[in-house]
Design a binder for this molecule. Structure first.
Ligand code: SF4
Length: 314
């Protein structure tokens, strides 16, 4: 499998079959909180990175092998709207399946008319808005220099005007930066204009690209939620979802691998044939349970089990 991954348990989408449309960490942003690490290719030029027919062919084959997922989600390890033929991919998937198609996007390119048009056939759009002004946008999302805050945010407003389906807006709050009332109120002004069906608050519950990024506490997230109103929810704790059924076994496999030897995310992905996005989630789960720890060796981040003398137990 080159383009699809999962199904993965998703906080919002149930069992989601992921589809990668761009190479790893090809993105318009370089967010300080990105769970996939720093962006290696920060661009805004749309390209047909991967052949449409190859992607559709693989989705079709995958759907034959797995129980029906709740969503087919265009997301993966970069910004999917950078694929110049995302519209053809969405319509192609809809021709071979009636599973709803969701697009998980950072929302940075909807000021481009063709990008707005391309996503019209999606069943659900999940864009992001992490800041309420230029300064914080630059700090948190570190966008490509050709994307200003106003351009991006006005693009989201235009998207709302032309997209009839549901928009769930994700707002990622960083402790001490945007996880404070004054910044949330700035974001709220734009949320009012974008008028999404839902606002979903997230924070740094997985290892971020930059070590200085702090999570917002659960309690504080609850306070921030009330500022957005009743259509806002804090995205539920992910850790429990992986403990159910089929997903629990994969978590065990990751743990068993790390019991034997320290591994990077790439080692785990290739060793267990998992997509990097999935691997990151399982690793975070095990970190949260204090079953494994992170260790830096030169420039490589490795994960390994706690030694017994460190007093950690399964
Ligand atoms: S969090 Fe998303 S938008 Fe931000 S750098 Fe990572 S992949 Fe790109």
């Amino acid at each position: 499998m080159r383009y699809t991954f999962g199904p993965v348990p998703s906080r919002r989408l149930g069992r989601s079959l992921g589809v990668d449309l761009v190479p790893f960490k090809t993105c318009t942003y370089n967010c300080i909180y990105c769970q996939l690490g720093r962006t290696t290719s920060r661009i805004i030029t749309l390209r047909e990175f991967l052949q449409v027919k190859d992607i559709i062919g693989e989705v079709a084959r995958r759907l034959q092998d797995i129980p029906r997922p709740d969503y087919i989600t265009l997301s993966g390890s970069g910004e999917p709207t950078l694929h110049s033929r995302i519209g053809d991919i969405i319509s192609g998937i809809k021709k071979i399946s009636d599973v709803p198609v969701a697009v998980l996007t950072n929302g940075s390119l909807f000021w481009i008319d063709t990008v707005r048009t391309a996503v019209q056939e999606a069943d659900l759009l999940i864009p992001s808005l992490d800041a309420g002004d230029e300064k914080i946008f630059s700090y948190v999302n570190r966008p490509h220099p050709d994307i200003s805050f106003k351009k991006m945010a006005e693009g989201l407003c235009k998207l709302r005007e032309c997209f009839d389906g549901p928009i769930w807006l994700e707002v990622f709050l960083v402790g001490g930066v945007t996880g404070i009332k004054s910044e949330v109120l700035k974001i709220r002004k734009w949320v009012g204009r974008i008028a999404p069906e839902r606002v979903q608050l997230n924070t740094a519950v997985r290892t971020p690209a930059e070590g200085f990024v702090d999570a917002v506490s659960k309690e504080k997230m609850g306070e921030m939620r009330t500022l957005f109103g009743s259509h806002c929810e804090v995205i539920a704790d992910y850790s429990r979802i992986h403990n159910i059924g089929e997903f629990y076994h994969t978590q065990e496999d990751v743990f068993e691998l790390l019991r034997r030897r320290p591994c990077s995310v790439d080692d785990i992905s290739s060793g267990l044939n998992l997509h990097r996005n999935e691997t990151v989630k399982y690793v975070q789960e095990l970190m949260d349970k204090h079953l494994i720890r992170m260790e830096k060796r030169d420039d490589t981040v490795l994960y390994c089990r706690y030694d017994n003398h460190e007093g950690r137990h399964r």
